[in-house]
Ligand binder design. Structure first.
Ligand code: SF4
Length: 54
């Protein structure tokens, strides 16, 4: 049974840490950052703990 962290909701099913049958992350903690230095909007933030696992 994989770990489910109910404090971290996530819908990125492509990530290896995504719960396979629910919208939660399985890590204890994640790192969130931005890929834009200027003109920051909500769509410029990313989960830096994402791992495609491929
Ligand atoms: S590491 Fe990030 S992208 Fe991956 S499941 Fe957790 S919150 Fe989602």
């Amino acid at each position: 049974m994989e770990n489910i962290n109910k404090s971290i909701q996530c819908t990125v099913e492509e990530c290896r840490y995504h719960c396979s049958d629910c919208d939660y992350c399985s890590l204890d903690k994640i790192l969130v950052g931005s890929h834009e230095k200027f003109g920051l909007g909500e769509y410029h933030t990313d989960c830096k703990s994402f791992d495609a696992g491929r």
